[in-house]
Design a protein around this ligand. Structure first.
Ligand code: SF4
Length: 293
């Protein structure tokens, strides 16, 4: 058996630059003595990180009005917010730190540009997701969200439409959906706003998962991008486990597969992934040593 005991960890696994940057900003604020810190919605869909932030008295609120201490700092998270909500936040009188990911900002800019030219917007994404709700706010009231090709079939004809994607969308779903909308529109602009880190993660996963006997996807059960990654892996590998920590694994699950591929969503911190990989390797090493005796 090789030194890694048949266990490969995705190079692209772990916090994406947008979420990492937002967490670093908040931790810097906390370290500089700014208190209290309120994030507008949970900073990240990962229980291990939100527990750590709660210990530092960094709490999540839905609106500026919910912040009990107005001398505190309000942080806009990586997912971004609608322009209307941004205006409300700016008028709150509190100090505001904007941690919107630049790649989400880019998607807002693309939507605003075409909306100003009279284009309707179709966003291919999860209708209830915070980022998508924010993007919808930039469509100047002419936006609709579809989850994929099936819902796109039901859309009406458009004179001018701009098709954009949630930044973590599966690329094949986006492209297929855009083709359907194109066929029923006079003018169709296809704006692929899937972010580069997501594209990298998807292509590495597709390459590696198909050669694995077991894929372990690490990340929050409520994280949309982690769940989407697990769905993608299920199309490629014979067995896929979506877990939050190694505590959910049994030795039996990780001993039989020859090749194990470990990947993770954009909201999973590297230390959580490393703990899972270390546990899986150690379990396989122990078993190997025992059977050698
Ligand atoms: S998934 Fe992409 S767009 Fe979204 S926060 Fe991360 S880097 Fe930014």
């Amino acid at each position: 058996m090789d030194k890694d005991f048949g266990v490969t960890v995705a190079k692209s696994a772990g916090l994406c630059p947008g979420v990492k940057g937002a967490i670093e900003k908040v931790l810097e604020l906390e370290a500089s003595g700014k208190k209290p810190i309120y994030t507008l919605g949970p900073l990240i869909h990962n229980k291990q990180v939100t527990d750590m932030l709660a210990l530092k008295h960094i709490t999540s609120v839905d609106t500026p009005a919910q912040a009990t201490d107005k001398s505190g700092v309000l942080v806009i998270r990586a997912h971004g917010i609608t322009p209307a909500f941004r205006a409300e936040v700016m008028q709150s009188g509190m100090e505001v730190v904007d941690a919107t990911c630049p790649l989400v900002k880019h998607a807002h800019d693309v939507i605003s540009k075409y909306a100003s030219e009279g284009y309707a917007t179709v966003i291919v994404g999860d209708s209830g997701h915070a980022e998508v709700l924010g993007l919808l706010g930039s469509t100047q009231g002419k936006g609709v969200v579809v989850s994929g090709p099936e819902e796109a079939q039901k859309l009406p004809h458009f004179d001018k439409v701009n098709v954009v994607s949630q930044t973590t969308q599966k690329e094949s779903v986006f492209l297929e959906t855009a083709e359907i909308i194109k066929a029923k529109s006079a003018v169709c602009q296809v704006s692929n706003t899937i972010c580069h880190p997501t594209k990298l993660r998807q292509s590495e996963t597709m390459e590696r998962a198909k050669n694995a006997d077991l894929v372990i996807v690490v990340g929050g059960k409520h994280s949309a991008n982690t769940t989407r990654l697990a769905v993608l892996c299920r199309e490629l590998a014979p067995q896929v486990l979506h877990i939050e920590t190694e505590a959910e694994l049994t030795a039996q699950q990780v001993l039989a597969p020859k090749q194990i591929f470990i990947t993770a969503g954009a909201s999973t911190p590297n230390w959580v992934i490393n703990q899972v990989a270390a546990w899986v390797r150690q379990t396989r090493r122990d078993h190997h040593n025992l059977s050698e005796k």
